[in-house]
Design a protein around this ligand. Structure first.
Ligand SMILES: Cc1cc2nc3c(=O)[nH]c(=O)nc-3n(C[C@H](O)[C@H](O)[C@H](O)COP(=O)(O)OP(=O)(O)OC[C@H]3O[C@@H](n4cnc5c(N)ncnc54)[C@H](O)[C@@H]3O)c2cc1C
Length: 344
């Protein structure tokens, strides 16, 4: 019998599986070959500052150093480059940001993240000046996911299949899925959690995101640039550009509306580029914007690690470790992320 069956090998299932693989726990992961994986297409950006209001990201001081150390250790384990360290340059075009910038610059809580104003940046269509912030990095998300897939496959821990609730049974002291028996199951299905009957009374506000990969050999590769969308250098003159937020649709197909939004915004400030790839994904977002972690108080064999929203790369490693420690040593789960805040 397994100790744990994990459903989903996106960032959540992979980080949890990785922590479990460092212990004597017996586990397996089921994944449908990343059919619905937002981790695979994400920019993987980790940035201490967020949004138009330039607020500090939730728990940034705790989560960012933790995540950075985690990915650095994976670079050694997987023998491949996963992290790109680049400062962010924000081109201010929003009056809210413009008004807040002097306050942030003078606020001691922000000093460690602020480099200062830039001069005019060469390479863009407009004469753009910005503000530069530091302590950001990005993860090569597809490369990371492939490395995790190889890691679990080589250890015979990965089952490539669609998990179906019709084949699932909850017995008194274990769960069963087809011929697999485990003491517990942990669902890490990302946005697909909306089809999970164990969590059907938790409301989500998923956001579809569309992202392009473009090629432009004249644009600077030195920073992550942010205007109304983000321009993320990924090497060899290629960039990710996006991503959109669509709160009304949760499908996985690049859309006409997404195309028009990205095209119009790109055209304003970026010289003509070649569009290489258009992708779409769905961010799994809980209604209070915080992750959802832990075991169901009425069904203690059923667990979850989800709700990472648009910050999965910053947040998932810390809570995957917390869930692993909870599972193996009964360490408490933080109240503000505990699944049971949603269960009556
Ligand atoms: C366009 C876009 C850009 C983003 N950019 C960033 C960014 O720059 N920085 C950042 O931190 N975050 C970003 N995010 C958010 C980030 O991608 C997510 O927070 C994170 O990847 C979620 O990971 P997850 O493992 O919970 O879900 P997922 O990555 O979606 O993984 C779920 C996995 O479970 C599998 N699965 C689901 N149901 C089943 C089933 N029944 N049977 C078998 N397998 C199943 C899926 O196929 C998938 O492989 C972005 C998201 C999008 C959409």
């Amino acid at each position: 019998m397994l100790d744990v069956l994990i459903v989903g090998q996106g960032l959540a299932g992979s980080t949890l599986g990785y922590y479990l693989s460092q212990t004597s726990a017996k586990f397996a992961i089921i994944d449908n070959r990343h059919r619905f994986s937002s981790s695979k297409i994400a920019g993987g950006i980790v940035d201490p500052l967020s949004g138009k209001r330039l607020t500090l990201s939730w728990k940034a001081e705790l989560l960012i150093p933790f995540a950075k150390q985690f990915y650095e250790s994976l670079e050694t384990v997987f023998c491949r480059r996963l992290i790109t360290r680049k400062n962010v340059i924000r081109f201010i075009r929003d009056p809210i940001t413009e008004a807040l910038w002097p306050k942030r610059r003078d606020d001691p809580d922000f000093h460690r993240y602020i480099v200062g104003s830039t001069g005019i940046m060469p390479g863009f269509r407009l004469p753009l000046e910005g503000i530069e912030t530091t302590s950001s990095f990005s993860i090569l998300s597809e490369s990371l996911l492939t490395a995790f897939t190889d890691y679990f496959s080589n250890r015979h821990l990965l089952i490539s299949d669609q998990f179906s609730f019709s084949d699932f049974r909850e017995e008194t002291d274990h769960i069963e899925w087809r011929d697999i028996r485990a003491r517990r199951v942990i669902f890490c299905e990302g946005s697909q959690i909306i089809h999970n009957p164990f969590f059907d009374n938790i409301r989500f506000r998923h956001a579809k995101g569309e992202v392009w990969t473009i090629k432009n050999t004249t644009l600077p590769q030195t920073h992550i640039f942010c205007r109304d969308h983000i321009l993320l250098p990924i090497g060899d003159g290629a960039f990710k550009y996006g991503s959109t937020y669509d709160w009304d649709t949760a499908d996985w197909a690049p859309s006409r509306t997404g195309y028009e939004k990205l095209h119009a915004s790109l055209d304003e400030w970026i010289p003509p580029s070649t569009l290489l790839v258009q992708e779409a994904g769905v961010r799994p977002i809980s209604r209070d914007n915080h992750p959802i972690v832990g075991f169901h108080k009425h069904r203690p064999k059923i667990g979850v690690l989800n709700g990472f929203g648009s910050k999965g790369f910053m947040v998932a490693p810390y809570y995957a470790r917390q869930l692993c420690q909870h599972l193996l040593c009964s360490h408490p789960i933080d109240k503000d992320v505990n699944l049971n805040r949603f269960i009556l």
